[in-house]
Design a protein around this ligand. Structure first.
Ligand code: 0A1
Ligand code: ZN
Length: 900
């Protein structure tokens, strides 16, 4: 049982002490059975140099100790507690400790440690799951080599996998068999994994640049084998890319990916044995969308790239999590961009790259900026935590990736590569800190990066405000940048100590829409075209940069390609934004101009809606969107992104006291204005972007489908949506892929439940046995808009009782409950508080099953203080209800911080 009364313990970064013991090697033997699995753990231990501890304190949770021996003799000096085992008076000299324990895999619903999913065994050890398998020094700075023997019934568990290389297999009495694996690379316990069960593999042999042959395997349940082609292809591309871009080869003889249907996160980079949520492995045209395919490519890449950034060089402690995660997200973003760009013309490649960048930044701004402004705000390298699982956050991952990207922006690709090379030369095989990475970047590029440390230690999103002054007589253009932070929690404020080094990319756009040549007053050097973007280094609180020989008053294009994770304000007029939206040579900023234009209009519409005023939209804005929609020189993927308005939750973040109903009304009004104003263009975009021929998840085809489906969705918001309904219905019926089919169904749901009823039933029958497709079926009903006065929550409630629904499967819980609470703002924030009551009930129900999943859901109310007083009070009540009934420290940390 979890103890509801136990005080939460805060772990602090400054308290780090090195381990008192080292483990030279470990041998693990597993007698696998679902009810009770027995683990025999034989460790060669020795005191760390200089350490004098007499007792050995090991981590352990939910274990039953059967036996303890030192150097082959029973050892009675052991003390079991709720969080570990103390072995007293251990020998001075190196010794062998043998511990036999049992655990209960089939009763493990937390999906941390050893658990059963669909009758097969899996493990998840990051961050602190290994201690649920055996007593150990379960901390990332204790690295050792593992030899693992798995024993199980051959009939029930024909496949037995663990990290590294397979060294021996054989038969045992009573229909059992065994497999022994050895991983030659020392690793921390969080990278341990085993898998056992009825699985089959797609295999491929490749030759890497050294000439060595490698075996690649993707393991799945037998019926899923046809859906593994894309994952395998993505793995091959990842291996090639890491050799090409960073000179990093695959270091093991074999590399395995295993898919599991019950998984808390996306995937896990266990050494040589990556374990993946099925969502990021299984795909075919029928069941997966373009977004799913690109998610698979990114996550396969991400986990593979961890082999060097995370596994060969790992984290000293969990405060350094972004050392591996920020860096690996950056690497997977670059990989995805390169893959999307591959094979196209230079223009197409640039457009594909820009589309990826826009997508990544949109995610960051929507989710990480909100996190950074709320009660869970923390630096990229946090200073404290109660439950480390709560710190696998957008800040550590996505903001961390932006921090890594800034090194590349400052030093260029070659300088960044030099820094990476030095990092591996210094630290291969070690557990290190974010400071070590920064030092490698600094030393390789002969730069002092002391100030840059603040990116790791300061919480909150920096604000940069810009003002400009053109002097026609002197032909100078001065741009003054001021940096600071917005409102923040007291904890976040306490971390904000001084100005950051902000790489600020800028261009100056002339009246013909072309970039002007840039000449900065300090260095007197003119960049020849097309280098008309300049990275300014803002290091002071306020700094003025002077451009000289500026022939005409330019329009500044600020923070090109989003060169730093900051919020930029500048007093653009609508006309200036419209101009940039039509001309900026930087595709990111071209998109950004449209978003600024839309956001400004949407916020003023929301304001009017909240006051009950009549709504109206300047036809010039509609016209600006129309020009981009019609511009066939622009990639369809870009036009799709340009036409996608900021989400309701992003807009609510921009408002001091947000009224979700008003935001919803504003966004709907804007969409209707675009639909009515651009009907013919939308219709044309729909017709012109039909993709003929065999389905391919390429960036180009996906872009066309994306634009076509965004056009369809606008057409469904026409005052008369009959044509759209007909198009959507025909698209649903003729679809030969999930992208088209699900987009059609979502559009029909947008038009209304009656338009969607028949295809919704068809979808269910078609995909009854396809878990991932069924997740979509739940998700689209949870996120449906709902007519005025309609309660989508009633449908969600009914779907909770559907035989295919289960709270125990994280993907299913996310599809229905999370999608409603986090992806349907207007319905979730219903004024009667019904959404919040539902939230509290589900957080508590999940808390008893799976604290990690419960805690993620708990976070959907953390921004409660941002809302109107009436909503705020109802949210507080829901939070208090959870605080009173919570069992896990995971959820308790979140709700206590929210209420503090
Ligand atoms: N390191 C993995 C993410 C991960 C973290 C925790 C997990 O279980 C609690 C599972 C996976 C990654 O970055 O992909
Ligand atoms: Zn990762």
């Amino acid at each position: 049982m979890l103890d509801n009364s136990a005080a939460s313990v805060t772990i602090r970064r400054v308290d780090y002490t090195p381990p008192a013991f080292a483990i030279d090697k470990v041998e693990l033997e597993f007698d696998l059975a679902p009810l009770t699995t027995t683990v025999t753990n034989r460790m060669q231990l020795r005191r760390a140099p200089g350490a004098s501890a007499r007792d050995l304190v090991l981590h352990g949770e939910d274990l039953e100790l059967v036996r303890a021996e030192i150097d082959g003799k029973p050892w009675t000096g052991v003390q079991v507690s709720t969080d570990g085992l103390t072995v007293s008076n251990v020998p001075e000299q190196p010794f062998e400790l043998t511990l036999v324990t049992t655990n209960r895999p089939s009763a493990n619903t937390s999906l941390s440690g050893l658990y059963v999913s669909n009758h097969n065994f899996f493990t998840q050890c990051e961050a602190e799951g290994f201690r649920r398998i055996t007593y150990f020094l379960d901390r990332p700075d204790v690295m050792t080599t593992y030899t693992v023997t798995l024993r199980a019934s051959r009939a029930d568990y024909p496949v037995l996998l663990s990290n590294g290389n397979l060294v021996e297999t054989g038969e045992l009495p009573d229909g059992r068999h065994f497999a022994r694996w050895h991983d030659p690379f020392p690793k921390p316990s969080y990278l341990f994994a085993l898998v056992a069960g009825k699985l089959v593999a797609r295999e491929q042999r490749i030759r890497i640049r050294s000439g060595e042959e490698k075996l690649l395997q993707v393991w799945v349940e037998p019926h899923d084998l046809p859906k593994t082609e894309y994952a395998m292809q993505s793995l091959v591309h990842s291996i090639e890319w890491d050799e090409e871009r960073f000179g990093l080869p695959l270091d093991l003889e074999r590399f395995m990916i295993v898919a599991v249907g019950d998984f808390n996160m996306g995937a896990m980079e266990n050494k040589g044995l990556n374990i993946f949520n099925t969502k990021y492995v299984l795909a075919d045209a029928e069941t997966a969308t373009d977004i799913d395919f690109s998610g698979i490519e990114a996550v396969v890449g991400h986990e593979y790239f961890h082999n060097w950034t995370g596994n060969r060089v790992t984290c000293r402690d969990w405060f350094q999590l972004s050392l591996k995660e920020g860096l690996t997200v950056f690497r997977d973003q670059e990989f995805s961009a390169d893959m999307a760009a591959a094979g196209g013309s230079p223009e197409a490649a640039a457009a594909a790259r820009a589309a990826r960048r826009i997508d990544d930044v949109r995610g960051l701004r929507q989710n990480q900026f909100a996190e950074d402004a709320g009660p869970m705000a923390h630096p990229v390298r946090p200073d404290s935590y109660v439950e480390i699982n709560n710190f696998y956050t957008m800040t550590v991952y996505e903001k961390g990736a932006e921090v890594v990207r800034m090194y590349q922006t400052l030093f260029g690709r070659d300088g960044f590569r030099k820094g990476m090379d030095l990092y591996f030369a210094r630290h291969d095989g070690q557990a290190v800190t974010c400071d070590d990475f920064r030092a490698a970047m600094a030393d390789a590029n002969q730069r002092d990066l002391t100030q840059f440390e603040r990116w790791y230690s300061q919480a909150g999103t920096p604000h940069v405000s810009a003002t400009a002054q053109y002097d026609a007589a002197a032909r100078t253009f001065d741009i003054t940048l001021t940096q600071g932070y917005g409102p923040a929690s007291a904890d976040a404020k306490a971390t904000q100590k001084g100005p950051l080094l902000i790489p600020f990319a800028i261009g100056l756009v002339g009246s013909d829409g072309k970039d002007l040549p840039l000449r900065l007053a300090q260095d007197g050097q003119v960049l020849a075209e097309p280098q008309t973007t300049r990275v300014l280094e803002l290091t002071e609180t306020e700094q003025t940069f002077r451009f000289v020989d500026v022939a005409e008053e330019p329009l500044p294009s600020l923070l090109r390609n989003f060169s730093a994770p900051v919020i930029v304000s500048y007093d653009y007029t609508d006309a200036q934004l419209t101009f940039l939206f039509a001309h900026d040579s930087d595709p990111f900023n071209r998109w950004e101009a449209g978003q600024r234009l839309a956001t400004r209009a949407l916020l003023s519409l929301a304001d009017a809606a909240a006051r009950g005023d009549a709504l109206s939209l300047d036809p010039e804005i509609v016209a600006a969107f129309g020009r981009v929609l019609r511009d066939s020189t622009l990639a369809p993927a870009f036009r799709e992104l340009a036409l996608t308005l900021p989400s309701e939750s992003y807009l609510a973040e921009q408002i001091e006291e947000a009224d979700p109903a008003a935001v919803h009304a504003a966004r709907l009004f804007f969409r209707r204005a675009l639909a009515n104003g651009l009907r013919d263009d939308l219709m044309a975009a729909y017709e012109q972007n039909r993709v003929e021929g065999l389905y391919e998840p390429s960036a180009v085809d996906a872009g066309r489908r994306g634009l076509k489906n965004v056009a369809l969705s606008y057409l469904a918001d026409l005052d008369d949506p009959d044509d759209a309904a007909e198009l959507a219905r025909a698209q649903y019926d003729s679809a030969d892929n999930m992208t088209e089919r699900s987009a059609a169904l979502v559009t029909l749901l947008q038009i209304g439940p009656s338009a969607a009823r028949a295809p919704l039933d068809d979808f269910y029958l078609r995909f009854e046995k396809e878990a991932l497709a069924l997740d979509k079926w739940f998700g689209m009903q949870a996120t449906r808009r709902g007519a005025p006065g309609e309660r989508v929550l009633d449908d969600v409630g009914a779907l909770m009782a559907h035989p295919a629904f289960s709270l125990k499967n994280p993907n299913r819980a996310r599809a229905l409950i999370f999608q409603f609470c986090m992806g349907n703002a207007a319905q979730f924030h219903a004024t009667d508080g019904s959404g919040y009551a539902f939230w509290a009930e589900q957080v508590l129900a999940l808390d008893a099953i799976n604290p990690q999943v419960a805690s993620r859901l708990a976070r959907s109310l953390e921004r409660w203080r941002k809302f109107t007083p009436a909503l705020r009070e109802k949210m507080r009540a829901a939070l208090e209800r959870v605080a009173a009934g919570v069992q896990s420290k995971d959820v308790r940390e979140v709700v206590e911080k929210a209420l503090a």
